[in-house]
Ligand binder design. Structure first.
Ligand SMILES: Cc1cc2nc3c(=O)[nH]c(=O)nc-3n(C[C@H](O)[C@H](O)[C@H](O)COP(=O)(O)O)c2cc1C
Length: 191
């Protein structure tokens, strides 16, 4: 048997990222789970950002933002950035997140996040109460000890990384589970 839930927004698991906007002097952080890679060439990603927060305003003004992937050990700080607004809270000061200058954009990256993507806004579209931003990824930073082979970006050490997973539909955070197969390969067994 199945039960109809009506048009809901249930999709999981989702990555949890920290989007930083503004500049080194007035940077703000928002927690975002509605994020997706969009294209390979050029490398782009899309984020959905509510029109009420300051994050959307700053992206529209500065045309850039950084995406910082959250890990399980910064769960509390990450949640804090998703339940407070930069309008009345200095989230860097409250969380202890450390700003590092990016190389291609003015918005900083977060030291405690092992992967940081510098993005330039190339498109935006409002649907209802959400602004959809397409960012071109101009640069990627990774903690050197979180990648097995620095010349192969498909060799990320996911155990060392321990990304923070968000479960929409249950409103909970989880750690990632154990590896169960090799993608683009295991299906070969059915060919
Ligand atoms: C786990 C989690 C995921 C979230 N995902 C999103 C999201 O994808 N898009 C969004 O607009 N807000 C999301 N939020 C809420 C924003 O982070 C929140 O509205 C924040 O206060 C915005 O801050 P700002 O005013 O400083 O921009 C999420 C919050 C949490 C806790």
């Amino acid at each position: 048997m199945k039960t109809k839930l009506g048009p809901q927004r249930i999709l999981f698991p989702l990555p949890t990222v920290l989007v930083v906007t503004g500049t080194m002097e007035n940077a703000n952080i928002a927690t975002i789970a509605w994020i997706s890679l969009l294209s390979g060439k050029p490398p782009t990603l899309g984020i959905s950002v509510g029109t009420k927060g300051i994050t959307g305003e700053q992206i529209l003004r500065n045309k850039e933002f950084s995406v910082n992937i959250a890990t399980a050990d910064i769960m509390k700080e990450t949640d804090f950035c998703g339940i407070t607004s930069g309008r009345d809270t200095d989230k860097f000061e409250k969380t202890g997140f450390v700003k590092m200058p990016a190389s291609e954009i003015k918005a900083p990256i977060i030291k405690q996040c092992p992967i940081n993507l510098e993005c330039k806004l190339i498109e935006s579209k409002i649907i209802g109460t959400t602004n959809h931003f397409v960012g071109e990824i101009l640069e990627t930073h990774i903690d050197t000890d979180k990648i097995k082979d620095i010349n192969n970006w498909n060799s990320i050490d996911i155990e060392a990384f321990n990304p923070l997973v968000y479960i929409s539909g249950a409103r909970e955070y989880r750690e990632i589970g154990k590896k169960i197969g090799d993608a683009y390969k295991i299906g070969e067994e059915l060919k």
